[in-house]
Design a protein around this ligand. Structure first.
Ligand code: FE
Length: 224
């Protein structure tokens, strides 16, 4: 975790704790938290119940998690972005029909069925969030990071996107328009970041190596 991320999470956690404290208006010396204290236990209990009732095959569950944790990750998305940077026809198709154009590279399926790619330009910056829960394009980015699922990110990305970007270390000039995209189970967004200056001579593979997950969510830029 880099310093900016840590700062954001600490600030976000502090804000949530403050708001909760004010809402509850009582004296105490314990820490509040806005998520259940035992989510892991709850998940485990649910899993056990589903397995016991024969609704879920634990081996299938393990295979699924292993796939998205180890085999699919932001490198898939990076390949898509690099190709869009070097191949104008691919980029045009990508912006018009992301789902099928991403599938051309073999990436698709679960949690990537309905994709939309939004392009950053010198005058427009796109930021992706799921205000309701944690919808995320698994097929190109793998599993979402913890901060993406956090209540502070989900609410503040909409209320104060520039503030959130600042805490991620990204300060945009006031004349850049910030567009926030709220993902759903039906639509998942991928940001096409700007290709950094000075990368004219890099190969597609070298370009892909520069593309970060954060840039494809819109909380960062790609650096040369
Ligand atoms: Fe969601």
């Amino acid at each position: 975790m880099d310093a900016s991320r840590r700062t954001f999470l600490m600030a976000a956690g502090g804000t949530a704790a403050n708001e909760l404290g004010q809402a509850q208006q009582h004296d105490h010396d314990h820490d509040h938290q806005d998520v259940p204290s035992d989510p892991t236990l709850r998940v485990k209990a649910l899993e056990s119940l589903l397995v016991e009732k024969g609704l879920v095959d634990p081996a299938a569950l393990d295979a699924l998690i292993d796939t998205y944790q180890h085999k699919v990750g932001p490198r898939n998305g990076a390949q898509v972005i690099a190709k869009a940077w070097v191949d104008p026809a691919y980029k045009k198709r990508l912006l018009a029909d992301a789902t099928n154009t991403i599938a051309e590279l073999g990436y698709g399926g679960r949690q990537g069925e309905h994709m939309v790619v939004v392009e950053n330009t010198p005058t427009v910056h796109n930021l992706v969030v799921c205000t309701l829960c944690s919808c995320y394009p698994w097929s190109v980015l793998g599993l979402p990071p913890v901060w993406y699922k956090s209540a502070p990110y989900r609410s503040r990305a909409v209320i104060d996107p520039r503030g959130v970007l600042h805490e991620f270390g990204l300060d945009l000039s006031p004349d850049v328009e910030v567009r926030v995209w709220d993902s759903t189970a039906e639509l998942r967004y991928l940001v096409l970041p700007e290709r950094p200056a000075g990368t004219e001579n890099l190969s597609e593979e070298q370009l892909a190596a520069l593309v970060t997950r954060d840039a494809m969510v819109g909380v960062g830029k790609v650096k040369a």
